[in-house]
Each structure stands twice: as C-alpha cells, then as structure tokens.
Design a protein around this ligand. Structure first.
Ligand SMILES: C[S@@+](CC[C@H](N)C(=O)[O-])C[C@H]1O[C@@H](n2cnc3c(N)ncnc32)[C@H](O)[C@@H]1O
Length: 299
C-alpha cells in the first residue's frame, strides 16, 4: 500500500522542519513532503535577507544547530550508559527516532515516539511501509497536555517502556506553542514520569526572550510565526537562570543549558559579510538546549 504524508492534519511547522532535516541529510525520503518543500522554498529568500541581522544565522541554520545539539546531548547520555530508553514527545516528521533506534539497536536501546493520534498513525504507516521501523522503535499516540486518559504519557507508554532502564524524554519544537503555565504543567508531568526510572533526563530546545527580542527582526519573525500557525508563539523565559529555576520548581534536580559550540561555516561567512555591510551587535543565545535530571540528584 502506498502511504503519503500530505494530509492537512500534519502541522505546517512539522512539514517545514521535516524538510529541513531531509535537505540536510538527517532524514529519509520516506519522511519528505511536497508541502514541506514548498513552504521552505517560498520562505527561504525572505529568511536569507533577514539573516543579515542575526549574523548570518537563518531559520534553517538555527533549526540545524538545535537538532544537532539535541542529538549530541542524547548521544552523550547513551554512551555514558545513563540512558537505554528514549521517549520523544511530538516527534513530528523528525527522523531522530529512526536514526537512533537503528544506531543503538544492538545495544538494546528502546525508542518510543509519541505525537497526536493522526500524526502518530501516519508516521507509523509510512515508516513501516518503507521498512524503516526497527523492532526497538515504537510510535504511539500521545498528548503532552493530558494528565490522565489513554493519551497521557504514562498510559501511552505502558507496556512499551521498561521501568528498569535509564530514560531520556525529548521535546523539540513543541514548547513555543504553549503559554508558560502550560509548559510548566508539561515539565511537572515529565519530572513525575521520569522519577519511575533508575535515571531520568529531559532534553529540549529552549528559546530565550532576551536573546530574541533584542532584535526587531527576530521579534517580527516570532509574530509572523504566531500569525501563520494561528496561535501565539511563546518564548517563556527571559534568560537561562529563570528557565532553570522554573524546571527545578517543577521537580528537576540539576539542569544544564548547552550552547552550540560553533556556528555553521556558511553562517560564519554570512556573518562576516553582514558585519562589513552593516556593523551591528549580533545576539547570542538564539539556540539553546536544556538537559535536566529528574529528582534531587545534584550531581
Ligand atoms: C514544530 S513540530 C516539531 C516536530 C519535531 N519535533 C521536529 O523538530 O521536527 C510540532 C509537533 O508537535 C506536535 N504536537 C502539538 N501538540 C501536541 C501535544 N499536545 N502533544 C503531543 N504532540 C503535540 C505536532 O503534531 C507536531 O508534530
């Protein structure tokens, strides 16, 4: 049977980021969509021009930094032996589950991806028909906002996760769609969920307001994205300390915030050119990834 992912029930932003992963060799043709490619190519000229003020960092560049930084953070936890099971919430059209389940299959790693029911069903069908669903890779219907019921984190992963394994939960590109109270509710549920496992870590991208709103253009982009997605796009925390404090009050112990260690080479060249045309301060902190350990472990 032929499966396709063109359904309007997949969120536009998932199509867009899915195309970015595909274009950059981080995904597979099975997860590529015409919608994602069309959105990307329509927006790209504007985003390139806009990147003059961000030191050459385009939206694509920022997404790639975030995606790779999450990959690196997860890889480090797996290699250290702290994590043998991953639960990624709101996986969308990302291929991280495919890549990580395949890479660590022989080491006994389990990868569980959850998304809203339509997205989860379509992704499962597409990956299965492309023979990309490893036996250690599960795709389940889940709602990050559900406290109870069959879509809640606990119920959706019941029988799939092993409570004896160190576990990492990932969210990528999900938090900006919710207000601060809702995000804190998600964090509280995640901290609670992770405490069942011998070790629990949470990895997510973090958008800091201070870094973003110093630049009119980035602020404008945030409003544009709000308009396009038909809901507010929230950057909840002004700076790192306030994000860390919030995570700790929701039940996480030690929290680290990672910054990308290098700008991509194309961004470096673009930054030189833009500074030459128009010297201006370039904001730092546009891309950050948090790593939070569940419980009171301050190690
Ligand atoms: C911007 S996409 C990001 C997808 C993927 N993480 C990536 O980076 O490519 C947002 C995803 O969040 C999912 N989503 C939205 N609300 C959700 C909820 N309440 N629970 C779980 N997933 C949700 C959407 O279906 C969509 O796949």
């Amino acid at each position: 049977m032929h499966h396709h992912l063109e359904s309007a029930r997949i969120s536009p932003t998932a199509h867009y980021t899915g195309h970015v992963w595909y274009r950059n060799g981080l995904s597979s043709p099975a997860l590529k969509t015409r919608r994602g490619a069309a959105m990307f190519h329509v927006l790209e000229p504007f985003l390139r021009v806009g990147s003059v003020v961000t030191g050459g960092l385009t939206l694509e560049g920022a997404l790639l930094l975030r995606h790779r930084l999450i990959d690196e953070t997860l890889d480090r936890l797996i290699r250290r032996g702290d994590v043998r099971q991953v639960v990624e919430i709101a996986g969308g059209l990302s291929a991280r589950g495919v890549r990580v389940a395949e890479r660590y299959r022989s080491e006994g790693l389990t990868y569980v991806e959850g998304d809203l029911p339509d997205m989860a069903a379509q992704k499962r069908a597409v990956l299965a028909s492309a023979s990309l669903l490893e036996p250690n890779h599960h795709i389940v219907a889940m709602d990050a906002l559900a406290d109870t019921g069959e879509l809640s984190l606990g119920a959706a992963t019941r029988g799939v996760v092993d409570e004896a394994k160190g576990t990492a939960v990932i969210t990528e590109g999900l938090l900006p769609y919710f207000d601060r109270a809702t995000v804190e509710g998600i964090w509280r549920r995640l901290a609670q969920f992770l405490r069942r496992f011998p070790r629990g870590a949470y990895i997510s991208d973090l958008n800091l307001r201070m870094a973003a709103d110093t630049l009119g253009a980035v602020k404008m982009f945030r409003h544009l994205l709000s308009w396009y997605t038909g809901g507010a796009v929230h950057w909840h925390f002004a700076d790192e300390p306030s994000a860390v404090a919030s995570l700790r009050s929701q039940g996480f112990g030690s929290v680290s915030v990672h910054a990308p260690s290098y700008p991509p080479p194309t961004a470096r060249v673009a930054a030189r050119i833009s500074q030459w045309v128009w010297p201006h301060p370039v904001p730092d902190g546009l891309v950050r990834v948090l790593e939070a350990i569940a419980g009171d472990d301050r190690a």
